[in-house]
Ligand binder design. Sequence first.
Ligand SMILES: [Zn+2]
Length: 240
Amino acid sequence: MAEVRPEGGQMTTTIESQYHFTAEVKSKGKQQNRDGWAMTVGWKLPGSKFDLTLYGQDWAPIDDYEVGDITTIVINQSNLKKDKDGRYASDYFWDLASIELLILDEDGEMVSVIDEIGDMPVQAPPKPDPTPKPTTRTGAADEEPPPNPAALGACHNHAVDFIIHGVLPLPEGRELVSWVRELRDRFYREINQAPLAPLHYCYEHDEERRQGKSGAWGHLFPADGLIHDEDIWCLEMQSN
Ligand SMILES: [Zn+2]
């Protein structure tokens, strides 16, 4: 459920019904005026200046979490707050749908994320993307459609998996949360939302292949300044 208000010249407001994010538990305690808990996390609803506070009656889901824990959280939109018109995400209450410590060990036991990261071998940071971003065809700079929350959630999970399994470990000097976010955003923009390449595309050289007389698909190797007697082709491997 998304609400879009394309008002001339104004910012477009989109409210998703669910958010999935990584955040640190900043405070946790009893609600002021009634039973139940209140927990503030280091994450802001879009358009909000304040860290999100979640409320609940049942303590069980949050019992195991302490201030400073880094968690992955899913929240669902709940009721509209009193005297609010629903224009902003912060006009609503948000229910905690799930909370997990960012990293579990092999037994599924919760492990302090800081300890876990400390034990990880430090490897070279991943190569930067060698392909420069193509400029947008429309020329509408910095505009992208509202994110798809389910796809973003999946990218978040992949980012966490890749970090945990050491495929894209936390680079030295980087903060875990910012690294998760960077990977999530890059997976989303550069993979999830990337257009499909044509059939027979050469991903290694970022070139389209064409079919030759022999029936094979290939592209000329990037010019290296040397004169070749014959053109050198990068041919598609036959998969059978
Ligand atoms: Zn190639």
